[in-house]
Design a protein around this ligand. Structure first.
Ligand SMILES: [Ca+2]
Length: 131
């Protein structure tokens, strides 16, 4: 069981490193102010297209909650927040599955013979009692 715990800790550490890496990746996208070329506090479809943000372009109508044909900063932040949340949820789901698989593998690697092994086989850990 110590191996499983160690693997969980290692996975958690790897997970935190990946979060930092994901944050760095997000930094590559230009934000609201850079996309707002005419500084009017609104993002038009053309400004989003010119910025090359195809993800936002595909969701422009969904993000334009007021139906004005442009995105306010609030609408932009709301849609990007939902994107971040979905990304984080998918990422966490993958990591949890990975940890569960690793724990399962670690359990298979444990000396299962403890308690079920032949007596006198030597280096057997545990009490020898069935669980
Ligand atoms: Ca603008």
């Amino acid at each position: 069981m110590k191996l499983a715990k160690a693997m969980l800790v290692a996975s958690a550490l790897a997970l935190s490193g990946a979060v930092v890496a994901a944050d760095k990746d997000e930094g590559r996208h230009i934000g609201f102010n850079e996309m707002d070329k005419n500084d009017d506090g609104r993002l038009t479809r053309e400004e989003v297209r010119a910025a090359g943000n195809t993800w936002l372009l595909q969701r422009f109508d969904e993000a334009d909650k007021a139906g004005t044909g442009y995105l306010t900063r609030g609408e932009y932040l709301a849609v990007m927040g939902r994107k971040d949340l979905r990304t984080a949820q998918e990422w966490m789901k993958e990591k949890v599955q990975d940890v569960q698989e690793r724990v399962g593998e670690a359990r298979n690697d444990e000396p299962a013979a403890a308690g079920a092994g032949s007596p006198g086989s030597g280096n057997v850990q545990g009490s020898g009692q069935p669980r």
